[in-house]
Design a protein around this ligand. Structure first.
Ligand SMILES: NC(=O)c1ccc[n+]([C@@H]2O[C@H](COP(=O)([O-])OP(=O)(O)OC[C@H]3O[C@@H](n4cnc5c(N)ncnc54)[C@H](OP(=O)(O)O)[C@@H]3O)[C@@H](O)[C@H]2O)c1
Length: 251
């Protein structure tokens, strides 16, 4: 797909991407910076990275530290009153030798489970808590958190990956509840979770050998697909989990 051009957002929209040192987050910033409707991108990340321009500001954030989230929002509010699109692209699946997806319940480890829930579920929930009031009320706006197809309970046929699957299922539920509350307060705003496909990033690297030919996306390809899905979202889409191709994934 060529660079996707957003059509459903008004001109001069501001965007915040969280997790922009990661493969997909970085690609989202690159694709969004080419969009003429986007005025400014707040590139929020724990690890500082290059790439600041007139259109892109770096905002430090650690999603496991609520005070850091509050500081990030404070800094953003000095530059804009509204954010039309918020995308959370943070997450972990493995971390060195200590945290690996569990093949059996015998691998379950309390410390690893709390770590993965802190990053994949609680962090995005706290981002929502502090960022969601930035969504405008007079036009379409979107809050999207990257989840995963393996977080679907109905779609789980092979088991394993207890912590990652459960943390993403819990993230889907967080966003579902949030979407219901949000639709009462801000009916134009849409909150969803998205599956980006299997993407060639550090997160998927150790597990790529089993990916069928043509099914491992480059980050910019996934980012393009995700922007198309986001562009096609309507009020009735809120609260759901969508795949990179726009298909609805059952919870
Ligand atoms: N890649 C895939 O095949 C795939 C498939 C399905 C779903 N997803 C989902 O897509 C999202 C993005 O994944 P990716 O493939 O782009 O992974 P990635 O390249 O490993 O990037 C992960 C990002 O999460 C950030 N992060 C982790 N802990 C953080 C914290 N405490 N505070 C702030 N940032 C933190 C990392 O920041 P640092 O650089 O500071 O560590 C990095 O920016 C994840 O939610 C993942 O579950 C990916």
């Amino acid at each position: 797909m060529d660079n996707y051009v957003l059509k459903s957002f008004l001109d001069n929209c501001d965007v915040a991407i969280i997790g922009t040192s990661g493969g997909i987050g970085k690609a989202l910033v690159a694709q969004l910076s080419k969009q003429s409707c986007v005025r400014h991108i707040f590139s929020c990340s724990r690890t500082r990275h290059d790439g600041e321009t007139d259109k892109i500001s770096y905002i430090p954030i650690n999603i496991t530290d609520e005070t850091s989230i509050i500081s990030a929002v404070k800094e953003i509010k000095t530059k804009t009153k509204k954010i039309d699109l918020i995308i959370i692209a943070t997450g972990i699946l493995h971390q060195g030798d200590t945290l690996q997806p569990e093949k059996t319940w015998k691998n379950l480890d309390a410390e690893n489970l709390s770590n993965i829930f802190r990053i994949n579920t609680i962090g995005p929930a706290l981002i929502a808590k502090h960022f969601i009031d930035l969504l405008p009320k007079d036009r379409k706006s979107v809050f999207a958190a990257l989840s995963a197809r393996v977080g679907s309970i109905e779609d789980n046929y092979i088991g394993g990956w207890y912590g990652y699957r459960s943390s993403k299922a819990a993230l889907n539920m967080m966003v579902k509840s949030l979407s219901i509350e949000l639709s009462r307060k801000n009916p134009e705003a849409i909150a969803v979770t998205l599956h980006p496909g299997t993407v060639n990033t550090n997160l998927s690297k150790p597990f790529q050998s089993s990916v069928p030919n043509g099914k491992l996306f480059a980050p910019h390809v996934s980012a393009n697909y995700l922007l198309k899905v986001i562009d096609n979202l309507q009020s009735k889409s809120t609260g759901q989990l969508f795949a990179w191709d726009g298909g609805k994934i059952p919870f």
